[in-house]
Design a protein around this ligand. Structure first.
Ligand SMILES: *Cc1c(COP(=O)(O)O)cnc(C)c1O
Length: 386
């Protein structure tokens, strides 16, 4: 399906709403029926009817169809945050006594789910270095039901060979789930590589304007229908019609925002690579990246998020860099219009900082929609603090 068709036209039945170009926000909790017969059939099959907006809603439906098409998935569900999508994808596919294999250092709240919440219900998780397929093979137990991936990781961009992991999992009857937030479906389509469930934070690139949270979970129709009828409706964490509308609006410009951000990212990357105060850059589409060949093979592109290691001997120097910035904001998240910085040393207790450890001198930057020269001027100001 053509991408312009998906973001501009797919699922928009304009004749049903006065031919309005922008779809209306169906801000209604419930839907009425003409007679008892219609109501009875809706109650019997909520997955295919509008009954109550905790289940399906017409505005959310437009978004679901577009996002599923972008993922090359049969169907998807949209949540009010990325972590809700993670929680539901896992919860729907485990029972007490099961074992999960997760890549090491997955997204913070996925890690907490595995380490803190699931052990209370007898579900254990092994964390492995996902760069080597042999580590997955070694970690499989008779009770393993899920392999949880995040490729690339959003700090050091470690990748997993998605095709190889999917094949191994299928041989062993294990479900594969990937957090695809870094790439979005524009730059990576894990379902085409054999992965079962793809989830992403819609808060990042899809919303694209740092004004809403959202999460997407895509997969086979039977899987999505089962999750809908159970965990999705039971948790009640579906996206609201208004936030779904914001995401539909975000999708209109997603391809061109990604294109712009990709161009700018390479310019920022070149600037950083040649800077005397930068020890090293980490970016999956840079030739120096250890898994560059794999990145090229399974990703169509990379953009926005990059990490650089600064030459500093004291934590204060790194903080000076951050504090001097006039335009680039100190904030978590990414994928919006605005450029952002997070320094690793701010994410740890000051006493734990060790300047001899390059990982402690990491700065993660998100390149937004600003002009690259404007950002470089700001970075220059930052570097004057080191
Ligand atoms: C932000 C993020 C999430 C969580 O999404 P929310 O929308 O913030 O709940 C999950 N995974 C990755 C990689 C993220 O960056």
């Amino acid at each position: 399906m053509n991408i312009s068709y998906i973001v501009n036209e797919l699922a928009e039945d304009r004749e049903n709403y006065y031919n309005a170009v922008a779809p209306p926000i169906m801000q209604s909790s419930n839907f009425a029926f003409a007679n008892c017969e219609e109501m009875r059939s809706a109650l019997a099959d909520e997955y295919s009817t509008f009954l109550y907006s905790r289940g399906l809603n017409p505005t959310v439906d437009i978004l679901r169809k577009k996002l599923a098409a972008l993922d090359h998935a049969e169907d998807c569900l949209v949540f009010n945050s990325g972590v809700a999508a993670i929680f539901v994808a896992i919860l729907a596919n485990i029972k007490s006594g099961d074992h999960i294999i997760s890549v090491s250092k997955p997204y913070t709240w996925a890690e907490k789910l595995f380490n803190v919440i699931l052990p209370r219900f007898g579900v254990t998780t092994s964390f492995i270095d996902g760069c080597d397929i042999a580590n997955f093979k070694r970690a499989i137990l008779p009770s393993t039901t899920i392999i949880y991936l995040e490729s690339p990781n959003s700090w050091d961009f470690a990748l997993q060979d998605l095709k190889a992991v999917a094949e191994l999992a299928k041989l062993n009857g294990i479900l594969t789930i990937i957090d695809n937030s870094y790439c979005t479906s524009i730059y990576q389509k894990p379902i085409d590589l054999g992965i079962d469930i793809v989830l992403q934070s819609g808060t990042k690139y899809i919303g694209g304007h740092s004004d809403t949270l959202a999460g997407v979970l895509s997969g086979k129709r039977v899987m999505i229908e089962r999750i809908f009828a159970s965990e999705y409706n039971n948790i009640g964490s579906g996206i609201s019609p208004f936030n779904a509308w914001l995401l539909i609006r975000g999708l209109r410009t997603l391809p061109m925002r990604i294109e712009r951000i990709t161009k700018s990212t390479f310019q920022i990357l070149e600037y950083l690579k040649s800077h005397e105060k930068v020890e090293r850059v980490i970016f999956p589409f840079d030739e120096s990246f250890p898994q560059y060949a794999l990145a090229k093979q399974q990703m169509k592109g990379a953009c926005g998020l990059l990490t650089f290691i600064v030459k500093a001997t004291k934590r204060e120097q790194i903080e000076n860099f951050c504090n001097r910035l006039q335009h680039i904001l100190l904030a978590v998240s990414w994928g919006g219009y605005e450029s952002l910085i997070v320094a690793k040393c701010v994410c740890m207790a000051t006493a734990d900082f060790d300047a001899t450890n390059p990982a402690h001198r990491m700065i993660r930057m998100y390149v937004g929609l600003e002009e690259p020269a404007y950002l470089i001027e700001d970075l220059e100001l930052g570097f004057s603090g080191i």
